[in-house]
Design a protein around this ligand. Structure first.
Ligand SMILES: [Zn+2]
Length: 486
């Protein structure tokens, strides 16, 4: 796909697609808004039973629409999870599973599918892995950079601190990651979305809004920084969490609790931003007819298995996500859906609700039959999750149903089976006497799934050229954004 990035000022990236005749959406097609709140655990939201008032707006949206009680990501970090969200393909099929990879142009996305039927499309991203260099601008008429470090990154490029040495094998540098983790982006996203709505083109639109601030570091502005643990006086300030996943030995239970309180403050700050976005929709007379989806790319661990953060394990605290849909014309208020939904089900569901054709190679399923009550609950086929971290040698693969979960650990050459009904926190793996599977069955489960995924990947169009390191694409895109390249 030919994509050209034009320079219009720092923090604002315009991606222009080739100009072709655009079809007209069907009569009555709704506008869609898909909000991805980075690192948002469902069990820290009121509508999922949390004890703190972190999410009054998300709770209201859930009351007015449908809440999926269990939804699973495809992994525990941003890049592959968003590729799965956009393409309805598990990580092993879309193939974007490492910092050095990107979503190939041959993988069709939700934005492309909607654009093909005449939707106007705009994306707003606020964290580094959603940058167009990773292929996520596909299908968007405009793709807005809402990070605040675009200009700073140029200085780092010039100081040669932005990137590790150029060439194959390079990764996003610690300096860039540090900048992004300190960033506060909610106000910028709100401003850009509000501005887009005020000048929106005629007809139905699709907005993808990525909200980054819940992601660590937890540096919410006042009053959110002291909202949930105001009397704490210890050493935890929510900063410098990048790369520090193990608990410092001197930390007390109160310190860990404070870390969660700071995370909760970020959630409340983001919830208030969503409230402002809804107010902007209302001001434009748009709120009622919009199909609104709220989800996340992955969760966040708070030492449940000895570690903090994500991209560490495939335990539920890292791979469960919220999923809430509101669309009054088709979804009754107060709908709660049991069973298990997956991140790859979201695009097929939105396309069906919009009356648009499905993505041709999607492996997720539309949840509309579940919403209409023609199915008993969300599909119970095992969800597939995978995590590959070459730097630390981690390679995990998991299959999960509402009742059991198997985590295959390829680096340790073992697997663990959990009974989720008795042990939802995944604390004690079953032994060979209590496991519902013997060794041969476990190997068979993995092999059967792996073959199915391999066949699905084979059916996809051949990827385009993959010989350009993605980080150099990123550098080029940043330079274009800032006017250094024409
Ligand atoms: Zn993320």
């Amino acid at each position: 796909m030919a994509v050209a990035a034009g320079a219009v000022g720092a923090g604002y990236l315009v991606v222009r697609q080739p100009v072709t005749a655009r079809p007209v959406p069907r009569e009555g097609a709704p506008s869609l808004i898909l909000i991805s709140v980075d690192s948002l655990r469902p069990d820290h939201l009121g509508c999922y039973g949390y004890h703190r008032n972190t999410s009054p707006t998300i709770d209201r949206i859930a009351r007015e629409g449908a809440l999926f009680e269990t939804a699973m990501s495809s992994t525990s970090w941003t890049l592959p999870a968003h590729a799965a969200l956009f393409t309805s393909l598990p990580d092993r099929v879309h193939g974007c599973v490492d910092d050095l990879q990107w979503l190939d142009g041959s993988r069709l996305t939700l934005a492309e599918a909607l654009r093909a039927v005449g939707y106007k499309t705009a994306g707003f991203f606020s964290g580094p892995y959603l940058h167009p260099c990773f292929g996520f601008s596909q299908g968007f008429d405009r793709y807005h950079d809402c990070t605040s470090y675009s200009r700073k990154s140029i200085e780092l490029i010039q100081e040669k601190r932005f990137l590790d040495p150029l060439g194959p094998g390079q990764r996003m540098s610690f300096d860039l990651m540090k900048l992004s983790h300190d960033d506060i982006t909610n106000p910028t996203v709100l401003r850009e979305v509000t501005s887009w709505l005020a000048q929106r083109p005629e007809g139905p639109f699709f907005l993808f809004i990525h909200l980054w601030d819940v992601h660590y570091d937890y540096v919410a502005p006042p009053p959110y920084d002291t909202l949930f643990d105001p009397d704490y006086r210890g050493p935890v300030d929510g900063r410098n969490l990048l790369g520090a996943c193990r608990k410092p030995p001197h930390w007390t239970a109160a310190d860990v609790a404070h870390l969660e309180a700071l995370y909760d403050g970020e959630i409340r700050s983001t919830d208030d931003t969503i409230a402002r976005i809804l107010e902007a929709l209302e001001a434009e007379g748009l709120e009622d007819g919009i199909l609104l989806a709220i989800t996340a790319d992955h969760g966040e661990a708070f030492y449940e298995h000895g570690l903090h953060g994500h991209r560490l394990t495939l335990h539920d605290e890292e791979v469960r996500i919220p999923l809430i849909l509101r669309y009054p014309p088709a979804i009754p208020a107060g709908t709660r859906v049991g069973g298990q939904a997956c991140i790859i089900d979201i695009a097929p569901t939105l396309l069906e609700l919009a009356g648009a054709p499905p993505l041709p190679h999607a492996l997720g399923r539309s949840l509309v039959p579940v919403l209409e009550g023609s199915a008993g609950g969300a599909p119970d086929e095992p969800a597939v999750c995978e995590l590959t971290v070459p730097a630390s040698g981690v390679h995990l693969f998991a299959l999960r149903t509402p009742s059991w979960k198997v985590i295959y650990d390829f680096s340790r050459r073992d697997f663990r089976v959990f009974d989720l009904a008795r042990d939802p926190a995944e604390r004690t793996p079953l032994d060979e006497n209590t496991s519902p599977f013997n060794l041969a069955e476990l190997h068979g489960l993995y092999r059967g799934t792996a073959v199915k995924l391999q066949e699905a990947a084979r059916r996809l169009p051949t990827p385009g050229e993959r010989d350009t390191p993605p980080i150099s694409k990123m550098t080029e895109a940043q330079l274009r954004t800032l006017g250094y390249l024409k």
